[in-house]
Structures are given as structure tokens and as C-alpha cells.
Design a protein around this ligand. Structure first.
Ligand SMILES: Nc1ncnc2c1ncn2[C@@H]1O[C@H](COP(=O)(O)OP(=O)(O)O)[C@@H](O)[C@H]1O
Ligand SMILES: [Mg+2]
Length: 312
């Protein structure tokens, strides 16, 4: 039995999700017999960790600072073993521009995209290039900040006239923004969990929106607006292809122990495309990785105990 510090909360926009995940992880750790140190991550993080010297830090931060390698780097410096992916994988996975370039170069299908920094618009006249971009990607296109989660700042542009507003929204979240080809299709998530040191894909979860509301996109994630089906009903060959693709993306970005890969399955062509890899997916009551683990016969406490055991 160990002393486990649960690092949760933080300043990111996904603070609330993280607090919910954290509370659930803490209950589970206590059931497993561990001593829990609750840490709402803030200015005193280094002081607290230095004073408490936990055996393991369980990182359940989402978004900025927690999932992007910042906290992991501090844990490396303090020489405290921690859960999940190492610094470099967190950096690569949490930056959608970096991750998509890496996937594209490695031949892992991801929707075509262009990415811009604020500087390109402010100082280099990138706005003049928008018509060219729009014609290369075809409408509708998806505009999203490079780093964020929970669909924050993501807008669909149905025509060129929608692009400036969508860009402004995305730039309010990040200095880097992606314009991505829209994939009309089914939304799938593949959770990965290492078993005996080997990454394994868990059963696929499909997210089915209850009401198809193209405009009001972010609200789809409110409780009740989306139904989750696990295991997703897919042709077995397609399911296997999707799981292997998720494993390829996980390995490419160098993730460790667990992660969740979000994909779109093109309705017309049945081709899967990887949208992103989440190195610290949600662990709340309604989160997808726990659902997928459950479908594979791995209960929540079992999941948490495996993640803690693999901390290094
Ligand atoms: N290119 C795309 N085509 C269709 N839907 C998309 C596309 N990109 C994002 N989405 C929708 O937005 C959701 C969130 O996008 P994602 O890239 O996973 O960012 P995040 O989850 O980090 O906010 C997806 O689950 C999907 O429903
Ligand atoms: Mg996602």
C-alpha cells in the first residue's frame, strides 16, 4: 500500500471534469487500501509535493498544464513516480498540430488540415490565404484550437463567410489554430490500456448524438445529449482496423500505460481518421475509458490499481 497524491483540478478550462475524475479516483484508491493525498493543483504544488513526498502521483489533470507535460516535468524534477504518459508523449499528444503532422508523416490517416499561428494573421496577412485554404479543404470545415479538449472552441464553418468568426473563437483559446476537413460519419473512441507491458485496445465506444444539431455543437457533450454504445456495433474487420489504427497512433506519440484515441469513421467510404490522442482521458462516472474497461471485464478499481502499479 502506498501514499498516493491525486493531482486534480488546476487552472485549465477542464477543471471541473478533472475534479470529478479526481474524486472518483480518490474513492477507488482508498478502497484499494492506499493513503490518499488530495492535491488541487496550484501555486503551492512543488512545496506540497516536496513536503509530502508521496510514493506515487496520480495525475488526473486534463487540458493545459496537466495533460501537456508541464506537471509531468515537475514530477521528473522532484523524482516522484507518476501515472500515465511521460513528458514527451504529453507534449506531442496535447498539441493537435504536432500530433497531426506526426500522424500524417507516419501514414496514419487524419483529416487534411492547415494550421496557423496568431502571428501568421497579425503579421503575415494569413487572412488573404483563407480563400485558397477553403477551396483546398472544401466546406464544411472544422476550426479548432491546437490544444484544448471537451470540444472547447471547436466550430464548424459551413461557408467561407463563417471562417473569420470561427477563427476568432478558436484564437480565444490558443495561439495556434487548425482548419480541418470535416468528416461526416460516426464518432468512435478507442481506449488503450497496457496489459503485461503491452498496449491493448479496449472495446470501441461510439458516441451517438441524440439530436443532430450542427450549430449547437458544444452542447452535444452535455449530459443526456449524447448516448454511448459500447462495444460499438461495427463490422468486425472495420472494428479491428479502427483498434489497430488507435494503437498505431498511441505508439507513434509514445504514450504509456493508458490513453484514449478519438476517431471519425467516414460514413461514405468506411475509412477511419484519427482526430486526436488524449494522454489523460476522463475518469468520471460517464467517461469513456472506464466504460470501455468495464466492457472488457476490468472494473474501475481494477483499472485504477493497474494504472498505479504501472507508475514509474
Ligand atoms: N474533422 C472533424 N470532422 C467531424 N467532426 C469533428 C472533426 N473534428 C472534431 N470533430 C468533432 O468534435 C469533437 C471534438 O474534437 P477533437 O478533435 O476530439 O477535440 P477535443 O476532444 O480535444 O475537443 C469530436 O469528437 C467530433 O465530434
Ligand atoms: Mg476529443
Amino acid at each position: 500500500m502506498s501514499r498516493v497524491a491525486v493531482l486534480k483540478g488546476g487552472r485549465s478550462l477542464e477543471r471541473q471534469v478533472s475534479l470529478n475524475s479526481g474524486a472518483r479516483v480518490e474513492e477507488s484508491l482508498r478502497r484499494l487500501g492506499h493513503e490518499v493525498i488530495e492535491v488541487d493543483v496550484g501555486h503551492d504544488l512543488v512545496d506540497r509535493l516536496s513536503a509530502d513526498r508521496p510514493d506515487v502521483a496520480f495525475v488526473v489533470l486534463h487540458g493545459r498544464d496537466g495533460e501537456d507535460g508541464t506537471v509531468q516535468e515537475l514530477l521528473e524534477v522532484l523524482d516522484i513516480p507518476y501515472t500515465g504518459s511521460r513528458v514527451s508523449a504529453c507534449i506531442r499528444a496535447s498539441d493537435k498540430v504536432l500530433a497531426k503532422h506526426a500522424m500524417h508523416d507516419a501514414g496514419i490517416p487524419t483529416p487534411d488540415f492547415f494550421a496557423f499561428s496568431e502571428t501568421a494573421f497579425r503579421s503575415l496577412g494569413a487572412a488573404q490565404a483563407l480563400p485558397a485554404i477553403s477551396s483546398r479543404l472544401r466546406f464544411p470545415i472544422v476550426v479548432k484550437p491546437a490544444s484544448q479538449g471537451s470540444a472547447l472552441g471547436i466550430k464548424f464553418a459551413r461557408a467561407e463567410s463563417d471562417v473569420p468568426t470561427a477563427l476568432i473563437a478558436a484564437f480565444s483559446y490558443d495561439k495556434k489554430v487548425l482548419l480541418e476537413r470535416y468528416v461526416a460519419g460516426r464518432e468512435l473512441a478507442v481506449s488503450i490500456l497496457e496489459q503485461d507491458g503491452q498496449p491493448r485496445a479496449l472495446p470501441i465506444v461510439e458516441a451517438v448524438p441524440e439530436e443532430e444539431s450542427f450549430y449547437d455543437f458544444e452542447s452535444r457533450y452535455e449530459i443526456g445529449r449524447t448516448r454511448f454504445i459500447c462495444p460499438a456495433e461495427l463490422d468486425p474487420a472495420v472494428g479491428l482496423q479502427v483498434q489497430n489504427l488507435a494503437l498505431d497512433a498511441y505508439r507513434l506519440l509514445g504514450c504509456s500505460v493508458f490513453a484514449r484515441v478519438d476517431l471519425m469513421l467516414d460514413t461514405e467510404t468506411s475509412e477511419p481518421f484519427v482526430l486526436e490522442v488524449n494522454p489523460i482521458p476522463g475518469l468520471t462516472e460517464t467517461s469513456l475509458l472506464p466504460q470501455a474497461a468495464d466492457a472488457a471485464g476490468i472494473g474501475f478499481d481494477d483499472l485504477i490499481s493497474r494504472i498505479v502499479a504501472a507508475a514509474s
